[in-house]
Design a protein around this ligand. Structure first.
Ligand SMILES: [Zn+2]
Length: 251
């Protein structure tokens, strides 16, 4: 199909783009997802146990390639490693009792996670409208196509999930969702052991922009949390459980 590439705006043969990378589904399936034979996908407030993958003819082959290079990198750093993901080998955790913040040993990991998170959120915005970027859709497009950095009011963060005996966070996928809060808009999704958040607001607390993964600071941080302590994760688990009880996941 010939059309206009949503990212670079060139008229080109459009590729079938995935909202969630194919490897993420395969990974979730191989880990057994929610003790079932398919990943739980949380979409539009509903949990669906399926292999349904959101796709759309969206990008030219050069832009598709630009996204998949970053996706392949994320696939590598989130590879299952014992009961966690590989990225745990490349972070430095401070000797504090709570161990929440950890620094990334490679600054590039932070840059690429920010790009990946922004690309999934932007895709959700243009493919399904579920992620509500509003005027920032255009700003994300410029960032993703390499024309401009993200402005300081866009703050992207990531958390790494610890291993958990009850839930395997590496088998969870949720499509991005958006929430309007008093501080600004909050967008987020979960994928293969990582949780991504993006705050957008002109009145976000001072200092947030310096710790954004999309900032140009020399040290990038992630948080390390138990899935039981992540509200997003619990919400996804709850939705999946409720849907199962209603019999909607019977397949
Ligand atoms: Zn393009």
């Amino acid at each position: 199909m010939i059309g206009i590439c949503a990212l670079c705006k060139a008229t080109s043969s459009l590729q079938n783009s995935h909202l969630v990378p194919k490897w993420a589904y395969r990974r979730a399936l191989s880990l057994g997802g929610n003790n079932a034979n398919a990943p739980v996908l949380v979409s539009k407030g509903n949990a669906v146990l399926s292999n349904k993958q959101t796709t759309k003819k969206l990008l030219c082959s050069a832009c598709e390639q630009r996204f998949s290079t970053v996706e392949n990198y994320i696939a590598k750093i989130t590879k299952p490693d014992n009961s966690r993901i590989k990225l745990f080998q490349d972070i430095t955790r401070p000797n504090t009792p709570k161990y929440v913040l950890a620094s990334l040993n490679r600054n590039d990991d932070g840059n690429l996670m920010a790009y990946f998170a922004a690309s999934v959120m932007w895709r959700s915005c243009v493919m399904t409208g579920q992620c509500k970027l509003g005027p920032y859709q255009h700003i994300f497009q410029q960032y993703l196509s390499g024309q401009a950095p993200l402005p300081p009011e866009v703050v992207i963060s990531a958390c790494l999930f610890e291993a958990s005996p009850q839930l395997d966070p590496r088998g969870w996928i949720s499509e991005p969702t958006s929430l309007k809060t008093q501080l600004g808009w909050l967008h987020g999704f979960l994928m293969t052991g990582l949780g991504f958040r993006c705050w957008i607001g002109k009145t976000l607390p001072h200092g947030w922009s310096q710790v954004s993964l999309s900032s140009n600071s020399q040290t990038k941080y992630v948080s390390v949390i138990k899935p039981e302590e992540c509200a997003d994760f619990l919400a996804a688990a709850e939705v999946a459980e409720a849907a199962k009880q209603r019999g909607r996941l019977a397949a």
